[in-house]
Design a binder for this molecule. Structure first.
Ligand code: 5GP
Length: 125
């Protein structure tokens, strides 16, 4: 069920539980402020999620409220994960759903990284 990204942060969301260790995940990488792990339901041969460790509902929330240090750390980790997985040679897609109409289901900012196969058109409606 898509979420309302304008609502306050829900500390019980699944990604908060992954960060706290309450839920398991297949970890890809970690920095001081950010964390990367494999999507539980991959939609491409490679499907990795990158999230900030701070409590941000969406890209909108993050870019408005996060510190420069958190934003720099996060953006750099997205690029590093893609490079470390050799995604730039293959071509890859990054995507962040924001809010109900975009289909955001988990109310903690995440950037999807897709690669490893032809990814098709940008939007499927
Ligand atoms: P959204 O639709 O919010 O942009 O994407 C949420 C993503 O989180 C989905 O691709 C979904 O498969 C993934 N996801 C949901 N719950 C879990 C979980 O418990 N573990 C992992 N690794 N991924 C999850």
């Amino acid at each position: 069920m898509p979420i309302d990204a304008t609502k306050p942060y829900d500390p019980d969301n699944v990604f908060a539980k992954i960060l706290s260790g309450e839920l398991p995940c297949h970890k890809e990488a970690e920095t001081d402020h950010s964390f990367a792990f494999h999507d539980i339901n991959p939609l491409a041969a490679h499907h990795i999620l990158v999230i900030p460790k701070g409590q941000y509902v969406s890209w909108d929330d993050f870019t408005a409220k996060a510190s420069d240090e958190e934003i720099l750390d996060f953006v750099r980790l997205v690029g590093k994960v893609a490079r470390d997985r050799g995604m730039e040679q293959q071509g890859y897609r990054m995507l962040a759903n924001v809010g109900q109409r975009a289909g955001q289901e988990v109310p903690h900012l995440h950037v999807h990284l897709f690669a490893g196969e032809p990814l098709g058109p940008m939007l499927c409606k």
